[in-house]
Every structure is written in C-alpha cells, then in structure tokens.
Write a protein that binds this ligand. Structure first.
Ligand SMILES: [Zn+2]
Length: 268
C-alpha cells in the first residue's frame, strides 16, 4: 500500500514537472542553454568590473606543447585551450603560417607585478597591461600569439594586425573556439587597447556566435544575461529548463538504421 502511494506520488510529480516544462516559453536564443550555464567556466568574464579573486587558479592547467617565442619559458593553459592552440597552430602551418606562443596563463601575482611595473615606468595606466584580477591571462584561457618578426620586437602594438598571420588568426580563430578578445572598435567597452595578438578560448559554439556578430565578451555577457532575465520574466525557469534538457538527453538513444537515417527515441 505504501509502495503504491509512493508510486502514485512519483507519477504525479513527473506529470507536474512535464506540465511545467510545457508551460515554459520556448528557448529562442541562438546558443544552447548549456553553453550559458557554463559549467566549465569557458565564458567567464574577467575585466575591471569583474575581477577574478587573487587566489583564483584554474585546476586543469597543462603545459602548452607548441612553438614558443624566443626567450619565453614553458607556458600553461587550461586543457581545452591548450588543445585548441595546438589545433590552431597546426591549421596555420597547413595554410603556410608559422605562429609563436608569446604568453599564456598568468598568475594573479605575476599580473600585479606587470601592472605595477608599467604604472611605475609610465606614471599612468596606458590600457595595455590589465589590472590585477582583470586579466584574461589569469583565466588560463587567454593567449598572445605572434609571427616570427614580431617575436624579435621589444613590444607589441596594433601594427601587428597588418600581418598575414594576424589576419589569418582573426578569420579562423572561432573554428578552434577562440575569439579576438580586444577588438579595435571595442576599446571603450573592454577598457583595453586593440590587441590583435590576444585570443581568448570560449568554446566553439560561443566563439562562432561572438565572432560572427562582432561582439566583445562584455557585450556578449550583457546580451545573454539579458536574454535569460527576459526568459524568466516571461515565465521560464532557466534552472528547470537545464534540468529538463539533461533528463531528456540522458534518456535519448540515437538509433542509426540501415539506410543511415537517424531515429530518435526518447524514454522517460
Ligand atoms: Zn594578452
């Protein structure tokens, strides 16, 4: 009897959940909600208004196995970003370009030292070195990539954008999950000068959307957060939507029939 009651209660709860899911507005944003949920923290924003904790250090840092600029030590990135850099260097090579890694993960303490040194040298913040905690490099997802000629120079400036390598990277970075983080016409929004050498890993889906729509990470963040807020205001429940989708995905079996057509079977 108790068992029977439990079963009935369970069935009732499932029906309620299904009914609620159907009541929710449909998800119209061009990216899947899982991309925005961002379990892996690939779309995390780091800037002067969104400072990373001084103790924040990614857990999955690995040594990046690609060609480095002369005079640089071994560098680290988060695993996915490292794999993406390797793939991009390989594709560049096939297209006839040789890339050099100049900078990757940077600890908070390193960034603080760099910022203070530049401030001391110039007497002002010139917008080329990020404030400690505001650097993409601390996320373990940001990289600086140069061509050979520019590895020999003392510093970097926007003239690098005129090189074939910079143009190839800008055109292809999203195929590997990277975005051009500090665009020329977004200086006001990012607070950072145009950096044609700095790429930020966000994952392929987000990168394709951001680059196609020519957005800064700041604009993208504001846009998707506004969408989620509007979705919830219209009666949606973002957390519930993610749960429902996870449940459907877990119960989804794809059968490939003989003629190669996919049949989707969903079991609850
Ligand atoms: Zn950089």
């Amino acid at each position: 009897m108790i068992k029977r009651c439990l079963l009935l209660a369970l069935a009732g709860m499932m029906l309620f959940a299904l009914a609620r899911a159907e009541d929710m507005p449909s998800w119209e944003y061009p990216l899947e909600p899982e991309v925005l949920r961002d379990v892996e923290q690939y779309i995390t924003l780091a800037n002067r208004d969104h400072l990373l904790d001084s103790k924040y250090k990614p857990l999955d840092l690995v040594t990046v196995p690609v060609r480095r600029a002369q005079g640089t030590e071994k560098m680290q990135l988060r695993q996915a970003a490292s794999d993406a850099v390797s793939a991009m260097f390989q594709a560049a090579e096939e297209a006839g370009y040789t890339l050099y890694l100049k900078s990757a993960y940077r600890a908070y303490s390193t960034q603080k030292f760099m910022y203070n040194s530049r401030l001391e040298k110039l007497g002002r913040d010139d917008g080329l070195v990020s404030y400690p905690g505001a650097s993409d490099h601390q996320t373990g997802l940001g990289v600086d990539i140069l061509n050979y000629a520019w590895t020999l120079k003392d510093g970097m400036n926007k003239q690098f954008a005129a090189t074939a390598e910079a143009q190839w990277m800008e055109a292809h970075c999203q195929e590997f999950g990277f975005i051009l983080r500090y665009m020329e016409d977004k200086e006001e929004l990012t607070g950072i000068k145009f950096e044609p050498w700095h790429f930020r890993y966000v994952g392929k889906a987000a990168a394709a959307y951001i680059m196609e729509n020519h957005l800064s990470l700041e604009e993208f963040t504001e846009e998707w957060q506004a969408y989620v807020a509007a979705y919830e205001a219209a009666g949606g429940d973002f957390a519930r939507l993610l749960m429902e989708r996870a449940r459907v995905n877990d119960a989804t079996v794809v059968n490939v029939s003989d003629d190669g057509e996919e049949e989707l079977s969903i079991f609850y």
